[in-house]
Each structure stands twice: as C-alpha cells, then as structure tokens.
Design a protein around this ligand. Sequence first.
Ligand code: NAD
Ligand code: AKB
Length: 318
Amino acid sequence: MSDPLGDSVLVTGALGQIGTDLVDALREKHGKSSVIASDIRDDQGHPSANEGPFVVLDVLDTDSITKICKDEGIGTVYHLAALLSATGEKNPDLCRKVNVGGTVSILEAAKQCSLRVYSPSSIAVFGPDSPKHAPQVTDLNPTTVYGETKVTGEALALEYRRNYGVDARGIRYPGLVSYKAPAGGGTTDYAVDIFHSAINDGHYDCFVRSDTRLPMLYMEDAIRATISLMDAPSDTLGKSRAGYNIDCLSFSAKELADSISKRVNNFTCDYVPDVRQEYADSWPDSIDGSIAKMEWGWSPEFGLEEMVDAMLDGLSGN
Ligand code: NAD
Ligand code: AKB
C-alpha cells in the first residue's frame, strides 16, 4: 500500500457514545477542520456535528465513502458505525449488514485510497467456552450475532492487511462508561444508565443480576488507548493488531451500585434481569491485556472509585 492520501481524519458513527468523545479528542489533536465527523443520523445540535465538519454518511455506501476520502484528503478512518449487542440481537440481519457490510465498505475504501483504519472489536468476541479471565488467544465462539460480527471484523482486518497491505487496527473494547453521550444499545449500558438514574431518581432497576461481573473501562482511558494504538509504529504490532485485549476494570453490578451509594445519599438499586443477562453471562469477567501492554505500552489510569467520581462530577457539570 502506498502512503496514505492525506492528513485528515474521517470518523463514522460519530454521533454515538464513543464518537462523541473521540471526535472531540481527535479535533483537539489534529485541529477542528481536519476531522470530519459522519453518521447516518443528522443531528445538528450534536457537538460532533456543530463544532467541526460533519457529513451524513451511510457506511454501506462505499462509493460515497471513497469520494469523501479522495475529495477531503483523508488518511485515517475511525470506523465506529455499528449496531451494539442488545439492538443487534433484536435485529440480527441488520446487525450483520451494518457491522460486517460497513467494515467491508471501509476496508474497500482503504484499499482504494491508501487509508489507515481503526475498527473496534469487543469483548463480545468471547463465548461461554472462553476462560472467565479471557486470554488474547483462545477459541472465539460467541453466542450473540453481534459477537459473530466482531469476530468477522477482526478476520477481515487481518485479511485486508495480508492481501492488500491495509493497516487496520482495533481494540476489543470492554463496556465503556461515559457521561457525554448515552450508551448505544448494548448489554453493558447498565453501567452508564445507573449514574443517570442515581442522580435523577435516586433509584435504578438494573437489568442484570447483582453478581454480574464484566470487563469495563472509563471513556477517557478508552480514548487514550485508541489514540495510543493508532500512534504506535506499525512494525511494533503483531498478530493481535485487529483486536487487542486491553487491561481494564472488572467489577460486579453490585460493586458499582455500592460505590455510587457511598456518594449519592439514599441511592437504591434493584436487580431485574432481562434477556441481556444471557449476553452478559456469555462474556468473560475480565481480560488479559498483557500483549497490548508489551506491544504498545497500554495501561489504564482510572480505577472503579476514580471512574465513579469522574462520572458523578461530569453529570453534575463540575
Ligand atoms: P453507538 O451505538 O453509541 O454509536 C454507533 C453510531 O453508528 C450511531 O450514532 C448510529 O447512528 C451510527 N450508525 C448506525 N448505522 C449506521 C450506518 N449504516 N452508517 C453510518 N452510521 C451508522 O456505538 P458506540 O458505543 O459508539 O460504539 C462504537 C463502536 O465501538 C462499535 O463498533 C461498537 O461495537 C464498539 N464497541 C463499543 C463498546 C461500548 O461500550 N460503547 C464496547 C465494545 C465495542
Ligand atoms: C455491548 O454491550 O454491546 C457493548 C460491547 C461490550 O460490545 N458495550
């Protein structure tokens, strides 16, 4: 693959939970005019849309993606457009279409326009047969359609690297906890929703059991991980480059609720599991990020208590 076309950056799915924080961080790093936010939705009130360039773009439309990349001198795409697990299990065909089809569109555009690509994976690649502390390399047998699309996404990224020299990288994000945008229809959304309910209602009905333990990360750490991975020299990255496990937090729903209770007077939480319990039960409790640490030096900064403080401060506007 020849040198990337340009220095500008395109972000797909930029109005979502991660895009809201990532576009902000990328505009800080590269300058506002160099980061084009895009989404299938048009929301001119959203900061990704009104604080810099924004285009309405469907990730299944490869021709439009290629045209934008050529016209705007794009060198790197952060491909965030996807359906998450809970929405995906309700709409499996659409989930496959957007998650797999969208990734193919971006990789095809990358092949034609010499782009670098960031395409996130997820802890949903693991299935019930994975060890509860999931290693980087293990059999990947997810039981959700969403998880299958993430396994396919990692394989596609490696295939485009092998066959066409496309530099595509990704992280198996754990559940991400943030306050700037709502969570986008996943299983780990309870770890975000609980803060809004604690502040607004003093009570939360949690849709997983109290002992449900999952890998999680505060958004500021996730953005730092994303940018660190994209800044790493290509020759330092090995076979896990399309889907790194990263060191992160691991807490149960009750541990999170207890931590919030210490700070929000009279906060109560009930546990009313629904179908998302099944998806959570199929995922690991924690993940081993030693390869990411070794290859590009990743370690998180926020523990559970720091994250809870930051969330409550952020939501209270402090
Ligand atoms: P989100 O649901 O909040 O945002 C996704 C965005 O994609 C939405 O704004 C939506 O409008 C857009 N979109 C949907 N279909 C589209 C299409 N056809 N064309 C263009 N845009 C489209 O998701 P997120 O939480 O920001 O996740 C971003 C990526 O990170 C996804 O690949 C997701 O699987 C992955 N991920 C997220 C988490 C998490 O906890 N947030 C964890 C693991 C992996
Ligand atoms: C979801 O719950 O679907 C996402 C994820 C872990 O991929 N947050």
